[in-house]
Design a protein around this ligand. Sequence first.
Ligand SMILES: O=C(CO)[C@H](O)[C@H](O)COP(=O)(O)O
Length: 229
Amino acid sequence: MNNSKKNAGEYAATLVKDGMIVGLGTGSTVAYFLDELSRRIKYEKLSIIGVTTSTKTAERAQELGIPIRDIDSVLKIDLTIDGADEVDCYMNGIKGGGAAFLMEKIVAKYSKRVVWIIDEQKLHKTLGQFSLPVEVVPFGNGQLIHELTQHHLYPKLRLNTQKQPIVTDLGHYIVDLDLKQIDQPYELAQYLDSQIGVVEHGLFLDIADEVIIGQDDGYRVMNKLQKKM
Ligand SMILES: O=C(CO)[C@H](O)[C@H](O)COP(=O)(O)O
C-alpha cells in the first residue's frame, strides 16, 4: 500500500458533499479516493452522482456502488478529483500516464472545481521529467511522429506488451514526448494544439484549483493563493 497516495485520496473524499455531481479521475491515487467515497456513500448515506473519465474508473465505480451518469446528462460538474503525473510550482501539470487524459481534460473543463491528488515525488520545479503524452488519430500517425521528430520533440509511439500501439478509450493512439524539461509549456501547448492529427495533449495548464500532496503521515494542500505568480 502507498500511504501518501492513500492519505491524499482519502482526504479528497472528505471534500465531496451531499448532492454533488463529482468528476471521478483515473489512476492508482484515485483508486483510494473511490474506495473512501464508496464507504461514505454506504455508511454516511452520502448521495452523489459520479461522472467518470475512463472505462476503468466506470467499471470500478460500478463495482463499488458509486452511481454514475454520462457527462452529457448532467448540467455541471461540481468537483473533480483526479491524479496527475507531474505538477510544477504554478500548479500546471502533465497527465496521461494512464492514457485517460482526453476524457480527464473534458471532465475538468466542465468542472467548477478541480482538485489533483498526488504524492511528493510528482512535484517538480519545471515539467518534462515525465514524458508528455499526446493523443493522436491512428491515420497518419507515422507522418505526425516524423513531424514531431523534426521539431525536436522526441516522440515515441506508446506500445503494449505485444508491441502493438495502445488504443485509448476513444480509439486513438498515444505518442509520448521525451522532453526532460519543458521551459515554455504554453508555447508547446499552442504548437501541439495546431498540429493536424493531434487530438489532445497531456499538458494541463491553469486547470487545477488545488493540489493535495499526500505524505507518509498525512497531506498538505497547495491552492491558487500559494502558487507562484
Ligand atoms: O493522468 C492520469 C491518467 O491518464 C492519472 O491521473 C495519472 O497517470 C496519475 O496516476 P497515478 O495516480 O496512478 O500515479
